[in-house]
Each structure stands twice: as structure tokens, then as C-alpha cells.
Design a protein around this ligand. Sequence first.
Ligand SMILES: *[C@@H]1O[C@H](CO)[C@@H](O)[C@H](O)[C@H]1NC(C)=O
Length: 478
Amino acid sequence: MPKTPAVFLLLGLCLFGAADALYKQWIPDTNYENQTNWDKGSVPCGNDIVQFSAQRKVSVYVETVHSVQEMRLPVDGEFILPSGGGFTVSNGGDPGCGAGVTAQFKDAESLQWFDPALWQAAESLDDLKKGRFLFSVHEESVPCQYDNVLFRAGSSFRVDTTSNQPSVPVQSVSVLGKTFSSSSEFTHYLGSHSGRLQFHGTSSPSVGASGCSDASGCDCGNSANHNRICGTVTCAPMSCKKPLYPTGHCCEVCGAIVTIQYSSGFNIESYRNRLQHLFLGLPSYQSIQLGMSKVLKSQYFLGVIPRVAAAEIQIVLLDGESGAVAEALARDILKDVQAQGSNLGITGAEFQASSGATSGDGAGDNAGVVVGAVFGVLIVVAGLPLLAVLFRRGVIKMPTMPTISIPSLSSLRRSQEEIEDFTDHGFENPIFDKPTMMPEVPGIYGTEAANSISLTPSGVHFVNPAYDENETSIDFTA
Ligand SMILES: *[C@@H]1O[C@H](CO)[C@@H](O)[C@H](O)[C@H]1NC(C)=O
């Protein structure tokens, strides 16, 4: 864990120095002992001929001593031999091995950093060890900019870190038990022989990104690579009535999405733990996968006028089935928000379920009031011209207050425009407009724009997301 600035603790502004920084561990390895790395499905034995593709670069961790008949090595590669690891040559006389075959080491060349299936996430190193993994949307299954990345100690690997951006920022990277959190040290490692065998691609990871210092959570920062991430995902067909599409996910899901608006007292880690303890331990919610994160959403006023992206907390609930259990949990979470929301820094919550139900349907919510308020405003606005006409015709007289001059039709029009203008910009609709929900992270609006065009000292790089696969990039300065 990074050091917590003492002043923050004193001020009570944030409970943890790096709120919501997770540990993300790379799953595959290029270990000699891992039978999935061999085409024959098992580790070669003494009568086998071991073959590595000549043209492939690979780093191979060898934990114990293996006897082989013959070994064909690649042009560029390395064996990592801890004490106790090594090879002996048997001349085909391994009685437990049967007839020797040619055992081919599988190719790890195509394994991509931005493949969500190749990572597992946990809140702490301890959780990672104990297999207490967190579920998250696809974009956040891949390391976020404030996460700690682990390649298992005692394992070798090869990962393609090609990205839509010049670098892949994370807080730290651990390789073979050594943790790099200083940028210069890690850059030096990437240039080493091992580093070049382990990491390849057009972009490199960079460490030393500051952790997330906002207790309410931080934006993951992977939306720039959304197409790249989703290119590795195959979506299963969904059979529920109204599949949902969570922000940051590649596929539609059956389940429920709870959206939470928060204020300054909200702490995403404590709230995740609260839901864990209150609900996920219950037998009825055993099957639930819960993914919680801060997401940025473009908002619309009355569904028409686009607003800037606002941050909110998205909770994705999946039950692996129809979504009915997820919906029940969503309702329970909303009840908890109604009872305790003000103590938790939560100012509002809604849900959508794949059954078609939303928080607007049930009793005990205020959607009706909100809709009523919106219509009320519209009726007042629409009624003003009529009122003006009636004034003009003398049908309506102002109450006897001689100091008030009756406004002319044109000035009423103007004031009507003012009211409309006012509703566009200043009307506080609790559902659509949360001025306090603006992201508190400086420069957060910039991330979207930085996706496709980047300014670097060497020139302007333009990357068309539609041509991701081909890495098309036009360097205007050539
Ligand atoms: C072997 O590799 C597979 C796939 O890369 C991985 O899921 C598994 O955990 C590895 N086995 C061990 C014992 O590390």
C-alpha cells in the first residue's frame, strides 16, 4: 500500500490513501511445469523431444529438474532457474515416460494485456491469495490507472501491452516477487533482456501513477481502450426480457444495475464492504456477482439537451440466471439507501432490472414526485402566453395593487424565454441534474478527448478506433 498522507487522515477527508486501488493479477504463465503450456497437455518427460518455436521469444520459469531426450531452443529466450530447477539429458531411458513424443511449448505471443479474461482482481494481496476475487465490468477487469499489477512470483509470462495510448499507466507492477513503483526503475527493467521477453507491443506499461486519492472512487481510465478490450470478448446471447448494458461492459447482461449519486461523505471501499457484509453473505444472495465502480455518464436534460459527463457509482448485479435474484438485491440495496443513505453520503439511488422493472415502479420511491415536478414546470411555462392573452383582453385583472404595472405581451414572452432558459440551466431535477455529482478529479473530462488524438513531443498522433486491429496511426509530423 502506498503511504497515506498524514494530513488527509487528520482532516478525515479520506480513509485510505489509495481508495479503491485494487490488485490485479495476470493469470496465464509460461512456466515449464504448467501442463496447459504444452501441446500434448502434459509436461514432457525423459523420452520426449522438447521443442520451442525457433522464431518466438519466450521466458520460461523452470521450478524443478526435468529430464529430456532432446531440446530445441528458440533464437531468443531464457530459462529462469531458481535453485532446484534445471535439466538432465536422458538417452530415451525414462521407464515412466512411454514412447517419446515431440512436445511443443505453446505460443504465448498473442496474449493481450487488454483481455479481461486474463486477469483476476482483489481488494488486497491477502484476498488475492485466498481466491476472494472481485467481479467487475470488462473495462475494469483489466488494470486501471491506479491499480497494482501482479505477475505471480515464481512464474514467467509474456504479455502484449499494445494500447491505443502511448503508455499503459498503473500504480505498480510486481514481477518475480519484485515490486516496481518507481518509473525510472521500471523503465530500466523493461529495457533488460528479461523485460523485453516478458513485455512486448507498441506501448509499454508505466508505473508510478498516483493512486486514487478520492475516497468516493476514481474513473478506471480504460475507456480509451474500450474497443480493444471488447475485441477479445465473446458475448453470450441473453434471454431476459430487457437485457441491460452496464457502462464499461462489452456485453448485455441479465440482472440489475443500481445507480448511486453520492456526496462528499461517500467512501466506495466502505460501501463495498457494507454490501458484502449486509447482503452477499446471505444464503439467498450466494449466487450474486457484484461489481461496483465510479463511472462517467453523459447526462441529458429531459432526454434532449446533452450535459457534460457526471460521475456516479454503478453497481452491476448478476445472478447467472434470469436476473430475478439480482433484482431482489437491487430492491434491498435501495431500501438500505432510504434508511441509511444520509449517513453513507448517498444522495440518491435508482435501479433498472432486466425484467423491465425499475425503481420507478415500486412503492416508496420519489420518481412520481419528480415527474410531477417536471410536468408542473412545463404547464407553467406553456400557460404563460395564454395568461398574457387573457391579460390583454382584460379577462383577467391583476388584483388591486396599483403599483404593479401589467406586463405587455412581448415582455411576458421575454420572461417566458427567461424561464425556459432558467429551466435549461438551473432547474434542479433530482434525477437528471446533480450539480454536486460533477467529477472531483481534475482533468477527468480530458480523458475522452485524449482517446483518439494525442499530442506528444514528436508530433500529433491520430488513432482511428475503427482500425484498431491494424494499429493504423498517422503521424502528422512524419
Ligand atoms: C497454468 O496456466 C493456466 C492458463 O494459463 C492457468 O489458468 C493456471 O492457473 C496455471 N496453473 C498453475 C498451477 O499455475
